[in-house]
Design a protein around this ligand. Structure first.
Ligand code: KG4
Ligand code: ZN
Length: 335
């Protein structure tokens, strides 16, 4: 066998995903079954419902991926699966499916970190060059990650409270928008103007940490005070003001990090990387910097998928890393 095929499984939250990549970088199958519709009426992901949906969808999604790739299980070099972080019950469904397949077909099994996956989604676009810096903005994480080499992650800054995506979803909820709110705020923000003055948490000079809970509270208080005074604030202007604050902090801190840590590449990763305003702002700030390459994955590789899980899995496979059948869900796994 000359080509390497890695199968990835992702079930950490509300997407059931299986993908297969060839030789570390080429997607040959990528299937995502979203459960968003089932969680919408609860205004957020319900863990028990998520697990149940994963169990129902996994076999179908597996078969679809194998069909897309036109491969046999014997062709697979390894099965890689999200070990954490995420919802424990949801993680376990993917881990158990991956274990069963690995065991019954005698294929190596590798547990991977979900955020490492988000970062490695970029390798499906462009070969990584080190050192690099990744801005990770997802529903559960907001981090600046410095990498000197493959699979070596140094978190130089992270959120002290809410993640960026979490703040988007909470503000959206306050504005009466459906879950997940990120894309709705993004759309509204482009129709409105940032007329409302909202705070930016810089957390002191030289800090690469983030905080978004104060911003979220400021939005809620502003809406409350306006209502009491009988002032009508337009949702689109609230969205534009909130988004302006988030993007200002993300871009400014990333810029300071790039100044302190000279890198060859800057990667964007995580669900909030789908944000149009953020993508545009990063392009404006970084696309013409000498010696720095900005990589922004397409929307389908920003939100949860399994191609990214196979992408980090491929690197770990090449390094000789393997998990055994004692692999367990680790909801609080560190990068
Ligand atoms: O990475 P992801 O798919 O799941 C986690 O690992 O958390 O991220 C989901 C988050 C949600 O909070 C969602 O609202 C946010 O990404 N999101 C966006 C956009 N698309 C998804 N946030 C802002 N603008 C968007 N266009
Ligand atoms: Zn994610």
């Amino acid at each position: 066998r000359t080509d390497q095929y890695i199968l990835g499984v992702e079930t950490s939250c509300d997407e059931t995903a299986v993908a297969i990549i060839k030789n570390g970088r080429e997607i040959v199958a990528n299937v995502v079954a979203s459960q968003i519709e089932s969680h919408k009426r609860f205004g957020g992901v319900v863990p028990e419902i998520a697990s149940r949906h994963h169990v129902e969808q996994l076999t179908i999604v597996f078969e679809e991926a194998m069909k897309q790739a036109n491969l046999d299980f014997n062709d697979l070099s390894a099965i890689t699966v999200t070990e954490g972080p995420g919802l424990v019950g949801a993680l376990l469904t993917g881990i158990n499916a991956a274990k069963a397949l690995a065991f019954s077909h005698g294929i190596p099994l590798i547990g991977v970190h979900h955020i490492a996956g988000h970062i490695y989604a970029n390798r499906l676009i462009k070969e990584l060059e080190f050192p690099l810096l990744a801005l990770v903005v997802s529903g559960g994480h907001t981090e600046l990650v410095y990498m000197k080499e493959h699979a070596n992650f140094e978190v130089i800054g992270e959120t002290l409270d809410d993640a960026a995506g979490e703040a988007y979803d909470k503000v959206a909820r306050t504005l009466g928008l459906p879950y997940p709110g990120g894309p709705h705020i993004d759309r509204l923000a482009h129709e409105g103007k940032p007329t409302i003055d909202l705070p930016r948490a810089w957390l002191g000079a030289g800090s690469f940490d983030f905080s978004f809970s104060g911003l979220k509270s400021a939005v809620i208080n502003t809406l409350h005070n306006a209502k009491q005074k009988g002032i009508i604030l337009e949702a689109k202007d609230v969205a534009a003001s909130f988004q302006a604050s988030v993007i200002d902090v993300l871009v400014t801190k990333t810029s300071q990090a790039v100044d302190k840590y000279p890198v060859k590449q800057l990667l964007l990763a995580g669900g909030v990387a789908a944000n149009k305003g953020l993508r545009t702002a990063l392009e404006k700030e970084f696309s013409s910097r000498d010696g720095l390459e900005l990589i922004i994955p397409p929307l389908s590789l920003c939100t949860d998928n399994a191609a990214m899980i196979a992408a980090i899995g491929s690197v770990l496979y090449d390094k000789g890393i393997r998990s055994d059948l004692a692999l367990n869900a680790n909801p609080g796994l560190e990068l």
